[in-house]
Design a protein around this ligand. Structure first.
Ligand code: CTP
Ligand code: MG
Length: 247
C-alpha cells in the first residue's frame, strides 16, 4: 500500500497572508482540500497524513469532517523545519506502507498521472522525484556578483511528490538526524544517505503556492476546462493574420 504525507505546518511567510497559506481558499475551497482530493482519487493511496502546526491540529481535524468527498485523514503535529514535519508524518505512517509519498500541501494542482508515475518509479527504483526541466538560466551569485552559470540543460526544478520505499526514507532521516544534515527536500536526505534518486517528468502546472501571484495562476488552472494544447492552438491561430497586417 501507499501512504501519503502532506507537510502543511509552514507559516506561509512569503504569502504574507498572516495565516497558514494551505488554508487559503481557491475557488471557495482550501488549498489543502484540493491537494487531498488529488491523492484521494488514486486507488493505490490508502493513507493520507496531514502534518500541521500544533495550534491547528484540533481545528483541522474538525474542519475536514465538513468537507465533501474525503476519505479518513490523519492529522499530526509538525516541527520547526519541513524536514521535522515530514519525520513526524513518517512516524505516524503505517508500517504496512511499502511506498511513502511526500507532497507539499501547497501544491494543489498535482495530476493523477504524476502521482501514479512517482509511485511506479519509487516501487521500481526505491526513490523517485517529480521534476521539470529548468526554463530559466540560473546563476550562482555571492554578495551580488555572479560566480558561475551552470549549464541549463542539466538543471531540473524539483517538485513533489517525492516517493520512497518507507524503510529507505526512515533510514535516510535517521542518518540526517545523526549527521545534523538539514535538506530542502526529502530526496536530498536520500542522496546524503548514498542511494540513487530517479527523476520523473512532471508538468509545469504543478506549482507550489508560495507568493500571492501563485494564487492567481492556480485559480486560472483550476478554472481551465480546455486542454493546454487547445489553448496553444487558439493562441497560434491568429499569428499568420498578425504578421500579414490583417485584423
Ligand atoms: N512545511 C511544514 N513544516 C515546516 C515548514 C513547511 O510542513 N516547518 C510545509 C508547508 O506547509 C508547505 C510545504 O512544507 O506545504 C512547503 O513549504 P513552503 O512552501 O516553504 O511553505 P511555508 O514554509 O509555509 O512558506 P514560507 O517559507 O513562505 O514561510
Ligand atoms: Mg518554508
Amino acid at each position: 500500500m501507499v501512504s501519503v504525507i502532506l507537510p502543511a505546518a509552514g507559516r506561509g511567510k512569503r504569502m504574507q497572508a498572516g495565516v497558514n497559506k494551505v488554508f487559503l481558499s481557491l475557488l471557495g475551497k482550501p488549498i489543502l482540500y484540493h491537494t487531498l482530493r488529488a491523492f484521494a482519487a488514486v486507488p493505490e493511496v490508502r493513507e493520507l497524513i496531514v502534518v500541521t502546526g500544533k495550534d491547528e491540529v484540533a481545528a483541522l481535524r474538525r474542519s475536514l469532517q465538513h468537507l465533501p468527498g474525503l476519505p479518513a485523514v490523519k492529522v499530526v503535529t509538525g516541527g520547526s523545519e519541513r524536514q521535522y514535519s515530514v519525520w513526524n508524518g513518517l512516524e505516524a505512517s503505517s508500517a504496512d506502507a511499502d511506498v511513502v509519498l511526500v507532497h507539499d500541501a501547497a501544491r494543489p494542482l498535482v495530476s493523477r498521472k504524476t502521482i501514479e508515475d512517482v509511485i511506479a518509479a519509487a516501487k521500481e527504483y526505491g526513490a523517485a522525484i517529480a521534476a521539470v526541466p529548468e526554463k530559466n538560466t540560473v546563476k550562482i551569485v555571492e554578495d551580488g556578483v555572479v560566480v558561475s552559470t551552470p549549464e541549463r540543460a542539466k538543471l531540473w526544478a524539483v517538485q513533489t511528490p517525492q516517493g520512497f520505499q518507507r524503510s529507505l526514507l526512515m533510514a535516510a532521516n535517521e542518518k540526517a538526524e545523526k549527521d545534523s544534515f538539514l535538506g530542502t527536500d526529502d530526496a536530498s536526505l536520500v542522496e546524503h544517505y548514498g542511494a540513487k534518486v530517479h527523476v520523473v517528468m512532471d508538468s509545469y502546472q504543478n506549482i507550489k503556492i508560495t507568493t500571492p501571484e501563485d494564487l492567481v495562476v492556480a485559480e486560472a488552472f483550476l478554472r481551465q476546462k480546455r486542454s493546454l494544447h487547445d489553448t496553444m492552438q487558439d493562441a497560434a491561430a491568429k499569428v499568420h493574420d498578425f504578421l500579414h497586417g490583417k485584423d
